[in-house]
Design a protein around this ligand. Structure first.
Ligand SMILES: Cc1cc2nc3c(=O)[nH]c(=O)nc-3n(C[C@H](O)[C@H](O)[C@H](O)COP(=O)(O)OP(=O)(O)OC[C@H]3O[C@@H](n4cnc5c(N)ncnc54)[C@H](O)[C@@H]3O)c2cc1C
Length: 136
C-alpha cells in the first residue's frame, strides 16, 4: 500500500493530524507501538481551548470527559492557599478513554493504523518502511 504521509504515534497529536489529513483526501497511515485502548500516564486536565480545537477538528461536540469544573484550588502542601471560580470550565479526561476516542474517530474516517508496531528500517531510496511486525 502507498501512503502520502506516515505518522509515528497515534496519541492526540498523531490521531488528530491523521484525521485532518484524511479530511483533505491525503492518504495516511499511523504506526503505534501499542494496541488501543492503551494506558497513558497523564493528569488528564483538558483546557477549554483544547475542547474548541477538538470540536473544530472532529466536527462533533466534545463529550469524552469524566468531569468538568469551574472551581480551581491551589495548595501549598496540605494548605489551601487560593480558590478561584473560573469563567471557562476545565475538563478532566481519562487518557485511556480519550485517546481511544480519537483513535476510533481516525479509524472510522477510514484511517489505517498499524498497532503493536515500531519502525525497524526505512529504505529512503525506494520509499519503503519496514515494521517490527514484518510488514513492509
Ligand atoms: C505525568 C504526566 C502528566 C501529564 N498531565 C497532563 C495534563 O494534565 N494535561 C495535559 O494537557 N497534558 C498532560 N501531560 C502531557 C500530555 O500527556 C502530552 O502533552 C500528550 O500526551 C502529548 O500527545 P502526543 O500525541 O504528542 O503524544 P503521546 O500521547 O505520548 O502519544 C505518543 C504515541 O506514540 C506511540 N509511540 C511512541 N514511540 C513510538 C515508536 N518508537 N514507535 C511507534 N509508536 C510509538 C506511543 O505508544 C503513543 O501512543 C502530562 C504528561 C505526563 C508525563
Amino acid at each position: 500500500m502507498k501512503y502520502d504521509v506516515v505518522i509515528v504515534g497515534c496519541g492526540p497529536a498523531g490521531a488528530s493530524l491523521g484525521y485532518l489529513l484524511l479530511k483533505n483526501n491525503i492518504k495516511v497511515a499511523i504506526i503505534d507501538k501499542k494496541k488501543f485502548p492503551r494506558e497513558k500516564l497523564c493528569g488528564g486536565l483538558f483546557t477549554y481551548k483544547s475542547k474548541l480545537l477538538y470540536e473544530e477538528i472532529f466536527e462533533k461536540e466534545f463529550t469524552s470527559y469524566i468531569n468538568k469544573t469551574n472551581n480551581v484550588n491551589f495548595f501549598k502542601k496540605d494548605n489551601l492557599i487560593l480558590n478561584l471560580k473560573t469563567k471557562i470550565p476545565f475538563y478532566l479526561v481519562s487518557r485511556k478513554e480519550f485517546d481511544f476516542d480519537m483513535y476510533k474517530e481516525y479509524i472510522n474516517k477510514g484511517g489505517i493504523c498499524f498497532t503493536e508496531s515500531t519502525i525497524s528500517k526505512i529504505d529512503t531510496e525506494n520509499n519503503f518502511i519496514y515494521l517490527s511486525s514484518g510488514k513492509k
